[in-house]
Design a protein around this ligand. Sequence first.
Ligand code: 9Z3
Length: 353
Amino acid sequence: HIYLYPIIIQFLNNFLNKLPLQTLNNLIIKNQPYVYTYILLLSMSSNMSRVSSVCDVEDTPEDRYFLNNPKPESLDDLILKTSNFMNNCNKSENNDKIVLVTSGGTSVPLENNTVRFIDNFSAGTRGASSAEQFLFKGYKVIFLHREFSLQPFNRHFMRSTNVSFLDYFDSNGEIAPKYKKELVEMKRLSDLYKDQLLMLTFTSVNDYLWALRSIAILLNNRNCIFYLAAAVSDFYVPYDKLPEHKIQSRSEFQDESKKKHLNESGKLVLDLDPVPKFLRNLVQTWANNSMIISFKLETDPNLLIVKAKQALENYNHQLVIGNLLDTRNREVVILSEKTDDETWIRMTDEELK
Ligand code: 9Z3
């Protein structure tokens, strides 16, 4: 019978490959006892990457998210880079301290071939500057950041509104004397910490969530710190509602295959789902051996402490750092699971220069 195995696997592969992801998911959720048999057979097949996310299926919004929103193409490369980085950490003699720093905002595509997307304000200052501080304290840093957002050490010369790239040079192409000292120092630090820093990128909220889960599972059991400074979208368009092509402004050209986006008066109507709260999964499952520090951003000062405390109670992790949009660069409040106090850290104008 052993000769039949490849044929069975081939048959299942062809069959499952042709199923839309949504149908595959429903099939799996409804037929859980049988699913394990499929998985066993498929573990030898190219469908493994599609199935790996469903091995411990529970019917929660978080589990359904990964079933319904496909894994980004770049994920395998990100996993490989993280594993190599971790292997190098393992080789070094002293017990490496490792931190995952997330940074920058996540985008929410409105089309699968994305022309339009919803975005947020985050520049990545908090994440990039915190990554520098972790490096100075001897941590190895996995810096999971929004592509083109600020990066450790480089951040001093990126996205400035006053100085453009060419201003750093004089007319002979030499570094302009005004910037030389800072440039040389940042180049020195960047070279010094090159091997302690792994740069990984995301763009959409889907990229971010798949990356976070994969890295968390790889890092668990290593007593790592998760320092979640990225500004993660609260709402998104699920894959099954995402039009394949650019949303047309005139209804006669609308994509018929998915839900219509224009109403009778020609207004664009967006139907966004809440992004499931993955902090719970991170704390309870993916990274249950790690220290988790989350950030809470508010614009209303009256809500900040209440919401930060609520996050700590809901998710049961170690630390919440609260900040307000307007003052985020000069003050933060720290709340921990251990004490009831709020600790404010405020910087003076002098320190901010
Ligand atoms: C933060 O609160 C960060 O401190 C900022 C940093 C995004 C404000 P910048 O990048 O800004 O320096 O310009 N990040 C977390 C925001 C967030 O999405 N938190 C979630 C929430 O509030 C929980 S994980 O619900």
